[in-house]
Design a protein around this ligand. Sequence first.
Ligand code: MN
Length: 387
Amino acid sequence: MDLTSKQQAIQAIRDAKRMLLVSHEDIEGDSLGSLLALSNVLKKIGKEVITVSSGNLPNIYNFLEKREMIKANLDGVKDFMIFLSEEEAKVARLSYKLENDRLKIVISPKSGNFSPKNVSFAYGDFHYDLIIILDTDALERLGAIYRDNTEMFYKTNILNIDHHPNNAYFGKINWVDENASSVCEILVSLIEALESEHGKIIDEEIATFLLLGIMTDTNLFQNPATTSKSLTVAAQLIAAGGDRDLIAKRVFQTHSYSTLKIWGRILSKLDSYPAIGLVWSEVKKSDLDMTGADEAALTSAINNLLYTTEGAKIVILFCELNDSIKVSLRSIEGFDVEAIAREFGGGGQEKTAGFSMNGLELEEVKRIVLKKIREIILGQASPHPES
Ligand SMILES: [Mn+2]
């Protein structure tokens, strides 16, 4: 009988000794919570785990203990080996010493002499026997860690755990549950299965990490990802000691000075086509420089401010970054913004999507994107015109 993806995932974890845990670049609540929760769980059952995420760790999550467990880059993915043939001489003694950035290896022969032709080099195997990728729809989204170690990702078994409907199934094992609110929700079922072998694993800290992912991906149980299942799992995590109050206060109810300043600028530039429920705003590079806000502040702005605009069906935030214009899209009722993002080479989910455009000015990107979306909305509306 074929094993389900969940059973395969448990088997792969059981068999692995050294695991690498990664998630997409510029992590947020679900990726951060799932990385921290799973790395703690795996360490508790005696596995060696390295956790890496390329890009920035948003300041908003500074309150989390063990946040520093997540490294920005990976070092030493495989060994470099030096071989010495004993055909011409036998080794009597070996010593080594580090001298000014140079490792000096001294090999004393019993008799005869070694020569350079007796020496050869090779690489060892990659250090990890399993790579677990969380909350990531495609390998490219991993950012620098993937670009710098592409060979390792092709030569190591990958366990892909995600909830994005457009996931590229890049793993050897793909546990993709589109109905889950978050990867953290999926992990609860994984951890319960591990608990049946290892005894109780979930503690208050792990429960808090998992709850963070569910609360952020459901936008505090307000968006459509909030299902009865996600609420049940969240209740279970709260019962296990997950600190709902801490997350609500630190992630949702406390805003830094720089975040409030950038929100002010975004609100002052709010614009709309009220007739078709299209609302947008923009952020210039100078706004970011002057307020010191990070990208997490922009995500919270579109999720919390623009999303609440009365009558809005689609909200858009145009953001001028160093070398591109980032366009974030949210759909409020019955409109697939992922399809729009795909037209511009981006991706996401039905209600949350985005893309970037290079080589164009902010005004030009706005003109092109707003025109396209207007056409799509009017085109969709035409069979059932609203008076
Ligand atoms: Mn997620």
